[in-house]
Design a protein around this ligand. Structure first.
Ligand code: BGC
Length: 420
């Protein structure tokens, strides 16, 4: 095995996402939203209705929330006081997979096992209280069809989940069955919503002028409030931005896609979200060394970028890499993350362009939640730079708000909005 310097430079270049690509992506993203809303089957974006508008900020009550996102499952006890005030308490969180112990995410998992696991976590957050009645807000972070905010039918797993017999099923109905068989008839699943919608609701509960809700974590996605030109009630629409299909994939993107659970789907997400960037790095690193390597984790990718990954990279390669070669690895990791953030910027601005048409931008807030985005400083800088590059003088109007706990808070708000 040896380091191929030429390949290293080509790999870094393969992840470039230049100014023309950036501007083109904004335009195509905007037009795909319009086509998707008009029901054009060819559009790779099919905005999904949430049947929720924005909260007033005065919603109140005590709720149990469940956040089922793809890596961890969290249940919380949330109290809303109105006036944008709330308390989140009694949190129980468990990973969907603990290697060697259990796996509630893969092909070998079962729907009964998964929903039983969700009910077990809800039971734990209640401390075994099977008496006090609670309404449950459920953040379910996968593309789902709804005809009300009360239940959602899973259209397709994403983020490599593959549990059989859940696609095409009503999720809250299954959850309710699992709660009943655990003796939790006091907990009533009331609302179900996408995590991006939860983030938008959570932000709008506290601040004015929030236009977009987004998750930039294991998965990537965004939602916004669609006004429907005043014809119908405004409604938050889940864009399922990760499925946008008009970006040029390089050889590593194509190889990653070919080895994924859902080939040809979620191609933007596979270039942007934390679930995949470590795998892209490992593929390119392997190509440079003529080997194959398992995906590095998001945390390791972070370490590599911060210049703390030399030992890891040398151990992976099994040969003594020079400092210069380690420097090229850092540049490769940076290029992967920078491309991710530039694509995210194109999604946000494309969505603004859809919302505003030809009107001037004005003050706009984007509420973003996600461990990847929070921990990856370079992604935040690259996003800001890309917004500046696209919007020029207007970039000063756009604020990126970092939200934490939005998935649970938004779920409680949704439950309050329905019954309120
Ligand atoms: C899902 C979205 C979700 C996003 C962030 C994607 O894989 O399709 O519904 O919002 O991940 O969790």
């Amino acid at each position: 095995m040896e380091w191929n310097g030429q390949k290293a430079r080509e790999a870094i270049e393969a992840f470039a996402f230049g100014p023309e690509e950036l501007i083109a992506a904004v335009e195509v993203f905007k037009s795909e939203i319009g086509k998707g809303l008009a029901g054009d089957a060819e559009s790779t974006l099919k905005p999904l209705p949430s049947y929720l508008g924005l909260p007033t900020g005065e919603e109140q009550g005590e709720f149990i929330t469940l956040d089922f996102g793809g890596t961890n499952v969290r249940a919380e006890h949330v109290r809303l006081f109105g006036g944008g005030k709330y308390v989140q308490a009694a949190r129980v969180a468990k990973p969907l997979i603990v290697p060697g112990r259990y796996n509630h995410a893969g092909r070998g998992a079962s729907a009964a096992g998964l929903f039983g696991f969700l009910a077990e976590i809800i039971d734990a957050v209640l401390g075994g209280d099977h008496e006090t009645p609670y309404r449950l807000g459920h953040t379910f972070s996968f593309p789902s069809a709804q005809d009300s905010p009360r239940d959602a039918k899973l259209l397709s797993w994403t983020k490599e989940l593959a549990v059989p017999d859940v696609e095409g099923r009503w999720v809250n109905e299954r959850l309710n069955e699992a709660l009943l068989s655990r003796g939790l008839s006091n907990v009533r699943p009331t609302a179900i919503l996408n995590d991006t919608v939860a983030v938008l609701l959570a932000a709008a509960y506290q601040w004015d002028g929030v236009a977009i809700g987004s998750i930039y974590a294991t998965g990537f996605n965004a939602c916004y409030l669609e006004e429907f030109g005043g014809e119908k009630q405004p409604m938050v629409m889940n864009l399922e931005a990760g499925n946008f299909g008009w970006l040029d994939q390089n050889e590593y993107d194509l190889a990653l896609d070919a080895a994924s659970e859902k080939k040809g789907e979620q191609t933007l997400e596979k270039m942007v979200s934390g679930r995949y960037l470590g795998a892209l790095f490992s593929r390119a690193f392997g190509d440079i060394l003529g080997e194959t390597f398992p995906a590095v984790s998001g945390e390791d990718l972070c370490r590599i970028i911060q210049g703390e990954g030399a030992a890891l990279l040398r151990r992976m390669a099994g040969i003594p890499l020079t400092d210069e070669q380690i420097g090229e690895c850092v540049a490769l990791a940076e290029a992967i993350v920078r491309r991710s953030a530039r694509i995210a910027a194109a999604v946000y601005v494309g969505t603004f362009r859809h919302i505003l048409g030809n009107a001037a931008l004005g003050v706009q807030n984007i509420a973003v939640e996600g461990s990847f985005f929070t921990h990856m400083g370079i992604a935040r800088v690259a996003l800001r730079d890309a917004l500046q590059e696209i919007l020029k003088d207007e970039a000063k109007y756009v604020q990126v708000l970092h939200v934490t706990g939005g998935a649970s808070l938004g779920a409680a708000i949704a439950a309050a909005m329905i019954e309120g």
